[in-house]
Design a protein around this ligand. Structure first.
Ligand SMILES: [Zn+2]
Length: 117
C-alpha cells in the first residue's frame, strides 16, 4: 500500500497512479506520473506528505525537484511499470502451464503403462 498525495487537489489517497476519489484526477503523462510518484511515502515521510498536501490545498503548489521529475519521467517512459509486472505474470503463468502439461504427460504415460500391463 502506497500512501500518496493527489497532485491536483492535495487529497491523501492510496497508490501513486490511482485515480483521485476526490477530484477524479488521474496522472496520464510521464511528467504527471513522475510528480505523482514523488508525492508518495516512497519519496517523502509523513511530514513531507502532509506538507505537500497542505501546499496544494493552500493553492501555493508543490516545489518539485525538476531533476528528479525528469529522471523519473524518463524511467517511466523507458520501462513502464505495468508491462514489467505483465512480463513477470506471463513467466509465472508459463511455468504453471508447463507444470500442468508435465503432470498430464506423467498421468497419460502411467495410464498407458497400466493398459499395456
Ligand atoms: Zn485529487
Amino acid at each position: 500500500m502506497t500512501a500518496s498525495v493527489c497532485t491536483s487537489c492535495g487529497a491523501m489517497k492510496i497508490g501513486a497512479l490511482t485515480r483521485c476519489t476526490k477530484c477524479k484526477f488521474e496522472a496520464s503523462t510521464h511528467i504527471e506520473r513522475a510528480k505523482a510518484l514523488l508525492l508518495t511515502d516512497h519519496h517523502l515521510d509523513r511530514a513531507g506528505l502532509a506538507a505537500a498536501s497542505a501546499a496544494i490545498l493552500s493553492g501555493a503548489g508543490v516545489q518539485y525537484d525538476e531533476d528528479k521529475v525528469a529522471e523519473l519521467a524518463a524511467s517511466i517512459a523507458n520501462a513502464p511499470v505495468p508491462s514489467g509486472i505483465g512480463i513477470v505474470m506471463l513467466s509465472v503463468g508459463f511455468l504453471v502451464a508447463l507444470g500442468m502439461v508435465g503432470l498430464m504427460l506423467v498421468l497419460l504415460i502411467r495410464w498407458g503403462v497400466s493398459l499395456a500391463g
